[in-house]
Design a protein around this ligand. Sequence first.
Ligand SMILES: Nc1ncnc2c1ncn2[C@@H]1O[C@H](COP(=O)(O)OP(=O)(O)O)[C@@H](O)[C@H]1O
Ligand SMILES: [Mg+2]
Length: 230
Amino acid sequence: MNIDRLTVRYGSFTAVDGVSLEVPKGSVTGLVGESGSGKSTVARAVAGLTPYRGTVTGVAPGRVQMVFQDPYSSLNPRMSIGDAIAEGTRVPRAQRVAEVGRLLELVALPATYAGKYPRELSGGMRQRVAVARALAARPELLIADEITSALDVSVQGAVLNLLRELRGELGLTMLFISHNLAVVRYVCDAVAVMHQGRLVESGPVEEVVGAPRHEYTRTLLDAVPRLARA
Ligand SMILES: Nc1ncnc2c1ncn2[C@@H]1O[C@H](COP(=O)(O)OP(=O)(O)O)[C@@H](O)[C@H]1O
Ligand SMILES: [Mg+2]
């Protein structure tokens, strides 16, 4: 997927200003920056949910799936987990139960959870369901937008590990959005740093973290607890 000079305006305010970014097939690219820097706006543009100037190539808007921050509002409370996942699948009706079971197991949940409702699940489990639902559509690109930010620290690691495993198993192409550079480093091959709607730096994640070129990237690194950097 290739983004070229993406610009998004809300009225007279430019939220994303000429951002160019490549997410190579099978890679996980991180988009990092503080709150309000324009990360979610990039995601919405790529998914075709907001008008933009510039070009997005290499992926059809209909083949982009997103997982959002809040696991409590992203699932319909009246719909069973199985139905929520089945909605997105592309398999014939007769194969849906098996496909839902396969997807649940892919995100390390028992297939029997298909009959449960969101209120019966923890935040971490709901995020797993949201990932399963996104994968059900067999997306060409998965966008994960701050998917661990609302979770307990104790379960964040498990969800990040799940993404790493899925990436290995499925060869997922992913745009992984976070305000936390330590989290991005754990999951991504490459990272792009956004600041006030612009891309200030990008490259292989170890290079950017190891030798940040931009002052703002250094500020982000200083915000990461020392232990996580070791
Ligand atoms: N629908 C909208 N209308 C007006 N301004 C918006 C809208 N959505 C986001 N913004 C503004 O655009 C900027 C970037 O927002 P966003 O992309 O959500 O940033 P991030 O995801 O990095 O926190 C912020 O200043 C935000 O207030
Ligand atoms: Mg956001």
